[in-house]
Design a binder for this molecule. Structure first.
Ligand code: ZN
Length: 392
């Protein structure tokens, strides 16, 4: 679809295409006349651009009876985006999962695939595997390389340098240290951006109707703690690219030493292994967080006590974070989110107890429904925003 290449003429045409697409994303459907007004393109230029986009299957044109007859008495035709055309692809290389998503211009999913890894796999092998998944999707006709604006890649435990993202108009961003993303570029010839996978899952959680909006704190409580902050619809990366390390806020200054060098970091307490160990220390072993959550719900005293303990620690860290960031929403994800309301309610209570005179606080605290493709969905949305809307 969107014409790529170095030529100035192609650049101009791409710009025209994007103006047409942006209008359709914003308005849903448009007549040619309306598009002329929206894009300020001449009728002739618009006709060429619309013709190209229709040829690639990105736009559809149909009678819209509700518009009534046109000036010449015939029904007016309206243009719409074809949601199954697929315009951005996302890949997540998580700790123990690889997923691929293709999303349409309105952010709706076109195709999704994921695999769970039963054994550890190094990053280079994950890249190769994801490239194979992309080739399979292309082979099955679910991804049309010519219909892509770009690819986003979310990588566990890696954070992109914010300067490299600001410069990345095309393929300028450096690959993560020690690993090449070339197999992904070879599988689908489209520009590529990468960043931390949890940051990209946060982008997906912040997205409504294809566009991220609002201020969101996204926390994953799993083998470790990951956190990402979305401010006014954009990721907060920080001056050094390491913003959002909620796991290293201390909740007990005399607590055990964390690998980061400080004491009592939240992650030192709220990781899956330590939460299971805490229950064992209190006299009852559980096989998994899932079984502990079920026991807590059924009234098991040890499980309930551990959930209360976890909720108190989480409250301390999240209340501090909310004082600083003032998000509209806090979304808690990961295995420990299975503790549900008994984990979240104390956080709400702690926030409600604090009255800041500057203004009322309305922060919604929820759990994220588990989705194995949230990271790749968010990666695709990042690509969409970067190349289609220049918004990231
Ligand atoms: Zn720490």
């Amino acid at each position: 679809m969107l014409t790529r290449g170095d030529g100035a003429l192609q650049g101009v045409r791409r710009g025209h295409e994007l103006r047409v697409l942006e209008s359709l994303v914003k308005n849903g459907s448009r007549t040619r006349r309306e598009l002329e007004a929206d894009t300020k393109l001449s009728r002739t230029t618009l006709s060429v651009i619309v013709g190209n986009l229709r040829q690639y299957g990105i736009l559809t044109e149909a009678d819209q009876s509700s518009y009534g007859p046109g000036r010449n008495g015939r029904p007016v035709k309206v243009l719409r985006l074809n949601p199954v055309a697929g315009v951005a692809v996302g890949v997540e290389l998580a700790r123990s999962r690889i997923s691929v998503s293709v999303v349409g211009f309105d952010g709706s999913p076109v195709a999704r695939e994921h695999i769970e890894l039963s054994a550890p796999m190094d990053l280079a092998a994950k890249v190769e595997h994801a490239a194979g998944m992309l080739r399979t999707l292309v082979g099955a006709g679910e991804v049309r390389p010519e219909s892509l604006v770009g690819m986003g890649v979310g990588i566990a435990s890696r954070h992109a340098d914010p300067r490299s993202l600001a410069d990345a108009g095309g393929d300028l961003q450096h690959d993560p240290q020690g690993v090449s993303l070339a197999p992904l570029r070879d599988a689908v010839a489209t520009p590529l951006l990468w960043d931390n996978n949890i940051r990209l899952a946060a982008m997906a959680a912040a997205t409504e109707n294809g566009n991220p909006n609002g201020d969101l704190l996204y926390v994953v409580l799993s083998a470790g703690i990951s956190c990402a902050v979305v401010v006014d619809g954009a990721l907060l990366r920080g001056g050094n690219g390491i913003a959002g390390e909620l796991g290293h806020i201390s909740v007990d200054f005399s607590g055990p030493r964390c690998w980061c060098g400080h004491r009592g970091c939240l992650e030192r307490f709220l990781n899956v292994a330590n939460v299971l160990a805490e229950a064992e220390k209190r006299g009852q072993a559980f096989e998994s967080i899932e079984s502990m959550a079920a026991a807590a719900e059924a009234g098991n005293r040890t499980a309930r006590a551990v959930v209360d303990w976890a909720a108190e620690l989480l409250s301390r860290a999240l209340t501090s974070a909310c004082v600083l960031v003032d998000p509209n929403r806090v979304v808690v994800a990961g295995e420990l989110a299975q503790f549900g309301e008994p984990l979240l309610e104390p956080v709400r209570k702690s926030l409600a107890e604090q009255q800041l005179e500057i203004g009322p606080r309305a922060t919604i605290i929820t759990r994220a429904p588990f989705s194995p493709t949230s990271g790749s969905d968010g990666a695709a949305i990042m690509a969409l925003r970067h190349w289609a809307f220049a918004g990231i």
